[in-house]
Design a protein around this ligand. Structure first.
Ligand code: NAD
Length: 445
């Protein structure tokens, strides 16, 4: 099938590549000329495991094209996806300016009947706004072309996006028109072979499903972080508690890891956006507000542990802290809303120096913070330790999981580790002669 995708970010690029990989003919459109030029020359703008060879192979095979030329792209697809960003507005609602700009572009350039599919995460009712924007452009040019607007929210996880896209848990199709549903089922048939993963529903339910999924996951994390904070104060170890509750299949093992707070481009903004949707419709989002508040607090918790260890903020002045992990989670270079950003800001504010390492996010860190005297970006984890007083682990990248604690003891002047992801066993670290602070590990009080 011929597919056009507006927006070549994490979602648009991964979706376009996976659709091309199963034989569809895909054009990805973006307004970012540098990104499109790069992609046409084999430069992949994001780090996502497995993506680069797939982009290159499908581009070389002539099934995956990149352009900034919207009219050309609109001449291509029978199905047109909107996969642009929906960042938070000032009050936390989703800002639809990019989505509606694409809708107007579609209306301006469409030449034949289409199914327009919204893949961006958008408030309930957005499909109606997209429909109105397209219809207004068609009317302005006196054109009468049939089109349908469907919702097909995306559930991929950064860091495992290609896998999620190729083997989705479910494919949600929100559409009222049977022909639109049929077209989307045909498009996704190659991903739906061993059992039916397609869930068809009305558009509004599909729009809400995406927010509900992200809010549920964020709630699990905040719940566990709250339990961790209680554990810390009552002298319990949240890692024991986690194992005690995760074994109950009604609770399950996923998303009950305490840590330094959730980040990324989705959970923070989607929890806020859903809370605003609730308020706009007269529902008080008590739980969503709490999820958000707990997370805000949690992002400052590693720093609180440092202040506790050193006996005050002033004692951090002039200290050098090695930070392992900058991306908001492993296997990505994405730094949006990453917990590391708060920690770095707090350390700098306190007059500390940071030596940071991340396997993929150094370029992004450099882009965000520029050159600073109090930030040294290190290509290796050991390099970050050189001259450091303390170590803070912020992202649970695999290479950080089994460090040589004897070497850490010799290297870290103050012999202390702040483990924001509970990667280490307190006994092992302490036996090596290093003070240990984890999240929710009562012994650290
Ligand atoms: P992104 O910021 O990585 O990419 C968005 C792209 O859209 C950018 O390349 C931008 O240049 C482009 N763009 C903006 N205006 C455009 C226009 N008028 N025409 C063409 N391109 C335009 O965003 P993302 O992370 O891919 O997210 C896209 C949407 O998908 C958001 O609504 C997000 O909430 C949702 N989502 C994201 C993820 C994720 O893990 N990143 C997962 C599921 C859903």
């Amino acid at each position: 099938m011929h597919v056009t995708i507006f927006g070549t970010g994490y979602v648009g690029l991964v979706t376009g590549t996976c659709l091309a990989d199963v034989g569809h003919d895909v054009i990805c459109v973006d307004v970012d000329q540098a990104k499109v030029d790069g992609l046409n020359n084999g430069v992949i703008p994001i780090y996502e495991p497995g993506l680069e060879p797939m982009v290159k192979a499908n581009h070389a095979a002539g099934r995956l094209h990149f352009t900034t030329d919207a009219p050309v792209a609109m001449g291509h697809g029978d199905i047109v996806f909107i996969a642009v960003g929906t960042p938070p507005d000032e009050d936390g609602s989703a800002d639809l300016k990019y989505v509606l700009e694409v809708a107007r572009t579609i209306g301006r350039h469409m030449t034949r009947p289409l199914v327009v599919v919204d893949k961006s995460t958008v408030p309930v009712g957005t499909a109606d706004k997209v429909r109105e924007a397209i219809a207004a452009e068609l009317a302005a040019r006196g054109a009468d072309i049939a089109f349908e607007v469907a919702s097909n929210p995306e559930f991929l996880k950064e860091g495992d996006a290609v896998n999620d896209c190729m083997r989705p848990d479910r494919i949600v199709i929100g559409a009222s028109d049977p022909d639109a549903v049929e077209k989307l089922k045909r498009l996704y048939a190659p991903f739906n072979r061993n059992h039916d993963r397609i869930v068809v529903m009305d558009v509004r339910s599909a729009e809400l499903t995406k927010y509900a999924a992200n809010a549920m996951l964020a709630a699990k994390i905040s719940f566990m972080n709250e339990i961790a904070n209680i554990a810390e104060q009552v002298g319990a170890d949240v890692e024991m508690v986690r194992q005690g509750i995760g074994s109950d299949p009604r609770i399950g093992w996923h998303f009950i890891y305490p840590g330094a707070g959730y980040g990324g481009s989705c959970f923070p903004k989607d929890v806020q956006a859903l809370a605003r949707i609730a308020q706009q419709h007269g529902v008080e989002p008590r739980l969503l507000d709490a999820v958000e508040a707990v997370n805000y607090h949690q992002k400052g918790h590693l720093f609180e542990l440092m202040v506790r260890h050193y006996g005050g903020v002033e004692a951090l002045r002039g200290k050098t802290v090695a930070v392992w992990g900058l991306a908001f989670k492993p296997n990505t270079d994405d730094m949006r809303e990453a917990s590391s950003r708060r920690l770095l800001a707090q350390l700098w504010e306190a007059g500390a120096m940071v030596r940071a390492h991340d396997p993929e996010a150094l370029g992004e860190t450099r882009r965000i913070f520029g050159e600073r005297d109090d930030l040294v970006l290190c290509e290796g984890a050991s390099e970050a330790l050189a001259g450091a007083d303390a170590l803070a682990v912020v992202t649970e990248w695999k290479p950080f999981r089994s460090p040589d604690f004897e070497r850490l003891r010799q290297t870290l002047a103050d012999r202390v580790i702040f483990d924001g992801r509970n990667l280490y066993h307190p006994d092992e670290v302490e036996t090596a002669g290093i003070a240990y602070y984890g999240i929710g590990r009562g012994r650290s009080v």
